[in-house]
Design a protein around this ligand. Structure first.
Ligand code: AMP
Ligand code: ZN
Length: 501
């Protein structure tokens, strides 16, 4: 099938909405920046991953072939975005030293644990699997080769602390973000270890020499580890070739991460790296930036875990729907209200699906009274997604079709029900909000925090039984200090994390 020029997306590189034109007609090759696996991914991360998922689904609905690569960053991503910690420490190392990290025997176990958790959350939210999910730690040899080549080409140089990309060697630097001058680059300055031998404040690290780092590799520059930016360039080109059709990430990736990816990749190959750059605006919760201290920070599992396990028992489909309900280029405010509305809609999808199954079983004769109307709604929903991923519009068409199906109540005939079933399947392939697509995800790996809370609760119950009320109160205080709210119910104590949602 030829490339359909009507699939249009905003391109950060050109600041316009323009057609997605795969280099090989009808075959979209794209890369999405994946998570740094130092903690559970939060719902903001998933807003960005969902943009990539919807691009994938739209391309597939158009009949295109897709090669979709999204990585796991398990080394080298520093804390540079964290204003309170400008020291540029590896996030993985920092996580290992934290209270939660101490239960891991080593940094590799920590990476494995959060990678597994990510894969579970991915399936829970109905995201389609990528063709390749490369890990940075498994591509270090290729990264070393790329850095060696950049040094040979005169784009990079070595100091006593590491190897840097020399920004003035790439005149196009700044073409994505507009940040060209050193004065605009305070974030880039924080991005690197402060090194007096750096030749330009904008130069960023490709390799860090560090004999104490818990993940280290031997390189022509001694022991150390790669920088975050080179990881993505190398993994993207390893699986997609030197020229990508499209590259995605969250808005914070525009600078410095993607600007640096462009500089390295285009210096290596002399060709345009990715033609289309798509960035998702940040998700906020109840009108504010998500942060642990503000009590409005949510991981997927906190929301979907059953209530008796301290979660909020949110239906994963409703969570997915709430996360895509806003247009990806608008700042999005995630609220309890949107979540409740999504839940109502998901319940209606289920009701419609049940009516359809009952009608198929009953087998009432009659003409198909739904097929052509539903087909038109599908076409409109696909057109909406092709129009810069207009998810609110596509969801509205889904609700309209559901209303039509439900309008027949128990009078749905078999022919109409067959059309309805086919339509629901196609709509689900497009948006992933009508029914789970994966087999039930495996039981979640035990959550150490939940285990700690439950142990304290058990101890408190035992103290109460033994009428040791002073001890029971002390344990309750300990739970409060952990930010846990305990509700005593006839079935025993229930708990949940205090939040503002
Ligand atoms: P990280 O794990 O920090 O490397 O982030 C993984 C992806 O999530 C990146 O593409 C980020 O840009 C994106 N991201 C982080 N926070 C948010 C947020 N609040 N809303 C949307 N995307 C986000
Ligand atoms: Zn990346």
């Amino acid at each position: 099938m030829p490339s359909d020029p009507s699939f249009r997306l905003y391109n950060t590189l050109t600041n316009t909405v323009e057609p997605v034109v795969p280099r090989e007609p009808g075959h979209l090759r794209f890369y999405a920046c994946g998570p740094t696996v130092y903690a559970y991914a939060h719902i903001g991360n998933f807003r960005s991953f969902l943009t990539a998922d919807l691009i994938l689904r739209t391309a597939q609905a158009l009949g295109w072939r897709t090669t979709y690569v999204t990585n796991i960053t398990d080394v080298g991503h520093l804390t540079e975005d964290d204003l309170s910690d400008p020291s540029g420490e590896d996030r993985m190392m920092k996580a290992l030293r934290s209270k939660e990290g101490q239960r891991f025997a080593n940094i590799w176990d920590l990476a494995r644990f959060y990678t597994q958790a990510l894969l579970e959350d991915w399936r829970t939210l109905n995201l389609r699997e990528p063709d390749v999910r490369p890990r940075a730690t498994e591509h270090v040899a290729q990264q070393i080769r790329a850095i060696e080549q950049l040094v040979r080409q005169g784009h990079a140089y070595e100091t006593r602390q590491g190897v840097y990309f020399h920004v003035p060697s790439f005149p196009d630097y700044g073409k994505l973000s507009g940040n060209r001058e050193a004065g605009q680059l305070d974030r880039a300055v924080r991005d690197v270890v402060v090194d007096p031998e750096k030749r330009d404040p904008r130069d960023f690290a490709l390799w860090k020499k560090d004999e104490k780092h818990l993940m280290q590799w031997y390189s022509p520059w001694g022991w150390g580890f790669p920088g975050w930016h080179i990881e993505c360039s190398v993994m993207a080109m390893a699986y997609l070739g030197e020229e990508l059709d499209l590259h995605t990430g969250g808005e914070d990736n525009i600078f410095p991460h993607h600007e640096c990816e462009i500089a390295q990749s285009e210096s290596l190959t002399g060709r345009p790296f990715a033609r289309h750059w798509v960035h998702t605006r940040f998700l906020q919760v109840e009108g504010e930036k998500m942060s642990k201290s503000a009590g409005n920070f949510f991981t997927v599992r906190e929301l979907v875990r059953p209530e008796h396990e301290g979660g909020r028992g949110v239906d994963p489909l409703a969570l997915r729907m709430a996360l895509i309900a806003g247009h990806y280029r608008q700042p999005y405010n995630f609220t309890l209200q949107t979540l409740k509305a999504s839940l109502k809609h998901v319940e209606r999808f289920r009701e419609a699906a049940a009516n359809v199954e009952a009608a198929l079983e009953a087998g009432r004769p009659g003409e198909d009274r739904l097929g052509s109307r539903l087909e038109a709604l599908y076409t409109q929903a696909l057109a909406a997604l092709c129009d810069d991923l207009n998810t609110p519009e596509a969801i509205a068409r889904t609700l309209e079709g559901t209303r039509l199906i439900l309008g027949f109540k128990e009078h749905l005939n078999a022919a109409s029900a067959r059309s309805a079933r086919a339509w629901m399947e196609r709509m689900n392939a497009l948006l992933g909000i009508l029914a789970p697509e994966h087999e039930a995800p495996p039981a979640h790996a035990p959550d150490p925090f939940a285990e700690q809370v439950e142990a304290l609760l058990r101890e408190r119950e035992a103290a109460r039984k033994a009428r040791d009320f002073a001890r029971a109160d002390a344990l309750r205080d300990e739970l409060t200090a952990l930010g846990i709210e305990v509700m005593d119910t006839p079935e025993g104590p229930r708990w949940r994390k205090k939040t503002r949602l």
